[in-house]
Write a protein that binds this ligand. Structure first.
Ligand code: ADE
Length: 241
């Protein structure tokens, strides 16, 4: 079972999401387990201080190294296990980074995520823990909890057996099934809604034609909306799964 360990200043916020929907089901089914730890429990003074002003002056507060380092050391089983720090300065998350993080986590049986806060974390904590910084996109959020949950969701849904409909997952956007590009449009009942009809081919029951239509539409969407993804497959296959 894959153990996911989150260090955060807002444990309730993280726990709520981890109990919900597919993330919660994966834990109830025993495919993953979650441990949520309050970084404040590792503060070294009686006021439970976790941040301080930066050396050299300037704006913002910095998360102190001791509470982060000692928090991580307290929860990890193996000092080579991957530790991820959420940060806008990190590698940008995409499906292939999610698979890479999953492979590293599965190799050690655990993944530790530190939710960054304030202006950042004392650089020595990053160094001492060999943390890998991951960003979920080029925008700044108020804290690392949402990014950590995004990273966990992207990883856990790729753990074998978590998604019941493997065939559906195999044609999601950014997967090999879509050549690394976007998914096609989808329709369900009713067949006509406010005068808009479902494309006829989808009602024929002709699976080869339906597959061809879906591939073509997926490729069209990718060209129109994400030309940067065209030819993604030529740049190298997905690894791991
Ligand atoms: N913390 C604040 N913004 C973030 C982002 N975009 N990605 C990861 N962590 C962050």
């Amino acid at each position: 079972m894959l153990e996911i360990k989150v260090l955060t200043l807002f444990p309730d916020m993280v726990r709520t999401v981890l109990e919900t929907s597919i993330l919660g089901r994966a834990a109830r089914q025993g495919q993953v387990s979650y441990t949520v730890t309050d970084i404040r429990d590792f503060a070294v003074d009686k006021h439970r201080t976790v941040d301080d002003t930066p050396y050299g002056g300037g704006a913002g507060m910095i998360m102190m190294a001791p509470c982060v380092v000692e928090g991580v050391e307290a929860v990890r089983r193996d000092d080579r296990s991957p530790v991820v720090l959420t940060s806008p300065q990190g590698e940008r998350l995409d499906e292939s980074l999610a698979l890479d993080l999953l492979a590293g986590a599965e190799a050690h049986g655990e993944l530790i995520l530190v939710c960054g806060h304030y202006k950042g974390v004392d650089e020595r904590a990053r160094e001492l823990l060999a943390m890998r910084e991951v960003s979920i996109g080029d925008y700044v959020l108020s804290g690392g909890e949402l990014p950590a949950l995004v990273i966990i969701d992207a990883i856990v849904r790729r753990v074998d057996g978590v998604l019941h409909d493997a065939a559906s997952a195999a044609s999601d956007s950014f997967t090999d099934g879509r050549d690394g590009g976007l998914d096609c449009p989808h329709y369900t009942r009713p067949p006509v809604y406010r005068g808009l009809e479902v494309p006829e081919v989808l009602l024929t029951g002709h699976h080869a034609k339906i597959d061809a239509w879906r591939c073509e539409e997926a490729a069209r969407r990718t060209r129109e909306r994400r030309p940067d993804l065209v030819g993604e497959r030529d740049r190298g296959p997905e690894t791991g799964h």
